[in-house]
Design a protein around this ligand. Structure first.
Ligand SMILES: NC(=O)c1ccc[n+]([C@@H]2O[C@H](COP(=O)([O-])OP(=O)(O)OC[C@H]3O[C@@H](n4cnc5c(N)ncnc54)[C@H](OP(=O)(O)O)[C@@H]3O)[C@@H](O)[C@H]2O)c1
Ligand SMILES: [Zn+2]
Length: 369
């Protein structure tokens, strides 16, 4: 836990504002991080604000300087992530910072990207600027947990969502599951999709539910929709095959292709894997620029995703209904531990009432390194 020097506490409210600005890019910036920035003049009055809105668009610092005009000399830049110092899709922000002649840069956290990783801050220090690092670091790292995880592991951050009855069922024994949760809770899930880069379901859910899996227009760019199948036993007609609303990928192994003469529908693209392992799929999605994926599958793929360490966070909607039945439709089918030492411990990050339902969001700390 890094302690903030008390004289630096004055930057905390400004950093909070910068974090708020950064969040405006949620779901749109991948593979880039969320970043927000504020520029103050030398008296501490606000001159400009900015955030990174999507990969390829100007970085947050550049947006904030554009608003500030030529008045930043001697002032302060507050930014949620270490400024970049390399030529990516846009020129280095360190150059723009030096050109602006601010005298101080306040940063929340280092950029884990190898091309930056401390070099952005050292460039500014070498040029004689005061750099204060670590203001609201914990909050900033949490906000960018998906980006940081993807940079560290080469796999996107996985969020597994399910909706269940109070007695822990995700469907009736005949497979019907529409709708366990309220329409308001389902709207919340549309928002979760908008904040994700891809939504993944298994073949079982496509055959049973024929889902659409879009954010219903909340996202500027809809997340990729991914159907993960081992058998290629998929219907010829499905809502997901209409790619006029969002892209769809069918992910399968080359073994399935050899064994199955599946007539691929026209719309979806293909991801061919060696084996049908969740990790392999996630590595392929990271290469497509995904920082965060939302697993919206049924019990079988959910178990496989959790047991292979592909889920870092859970979002569970609990609905005040009793579905009953013999053990069936429980969220994690085959995932069963044999001793209490093995079970997964969760950290609760959110408990929220949505209409008559409850949403619990939890992290799985064990799968975060
Ligand atoms: N309440 C909820 O939140 C919720 C959400 C989603 C689904 N559901 C319900 O869940 C039921 C479907 O359950 P399900 O378990 O069949 O759905 P699923 O988990 O979405 O699909 C399972 C399928 O995933 C594919 N798969 C690919 N790689 C896999 C791997 N490594 N391990 C396991 N599976 C892999 C296989 O497809 P192939 O068979 O094509 O090879 C497998 O049969 C439906 O009744 C649906 O309504 C409920
Ligand atoms: Zn930059």
């Amino acid at each position: 836990m890094n302690k903030i020097n008390s004289k630096n506490l004055i930057w905390v409210p400004w950093m909070r504002r910068a974090l708020q600005l950064a969040s405006l890019g949620e779901g749109e910036t991948s593979p880039n991080p969320l970043v927000g920035a504020v520029v103050l003049d030398k008296e501490g009055h606000i001159l400009g604000e900015g955030f990174h809105s999507r990969a390829g668009s100007p970085h947050a610092e550049i947006e904030a300087f554009a608003q500030a005009g030529n008045n930043a000399k001697g002032g302060t830049l507050i930014v949620t992530l270490e400024p970049c110092c390399h030529h990516g899709l846009t020129p280095p922000c360190t150059e723009a910072i030096l050109k602006s002649q601010v005298q101080r840069v306040v940063v929340a956290s280092n950029d884990p990207d190898k091309r930056v990783a401390g070099k952005g801050i050292s460039t500014l220090k070498k040029a004689g600027l005061e750099v204060i690092n670590g203001i609201l670091k914990k909050e900033a790292d949490y906000q960018n947990r998906a980006f940081r995880f993807r940079v560290k592991t080469g796999r996107p951050w996985g969020v597994l969502k399910w909706a269940m009855s109070l007695d822990g069922r995700t469907s009736l024994s005949n497979g019907e599951s529409k709708w366990i949760s309220s329409s308001k809770a389902r709207e919340y899930v549309h928002q979760m999709r908008a904040n994700s880069d891809a939504v993944i379901v298994g073949g079982g859910t496509v055959r049973m539910d024929d889902p659409l899996l879009t954010s219903r227009g909340i996202a500027n760019s809809e997340p990729l929709r991914v159907v993960f199948t081992k058998s290629l036993n998929l219907p010829q007609q499905a809502k997901l095959w209409d790619t006029s609303v969002a892209s769809t990928f069918i992910a399968y192994s080359s073994i399935a292709e050899r064994n199955h003469l599946y007539q691929f529908p026209d719309g979806p693209k293909r991801i061919v894997l060696n084996k049908s392992e969740p990790i392999e799929l996630l590595e392929a999605l990271a290469l497509k620029g995904c920082n965060r994926v939302l697993w919206e599958c049924g019990p079988r793929l959910s178990s496989a995703a959790i047991s292979s360490g592909c889920v870092q966070e859970l979002a569970v909607v609990i609905s005040p209904k009793l579905l009953g039945g013999e053990p069936f439709g429980t969220p994690l089918a085959s995932l069963g531990f044999k001793s209490m030492e093995e079970v997964l411990l969760l950290n609760q990050v959110l408990l929220k009432r949505i209409d008559q339902d409850w949403l619990m969001q939890m992290c799985i700390p064990q799968f975060q390194d």
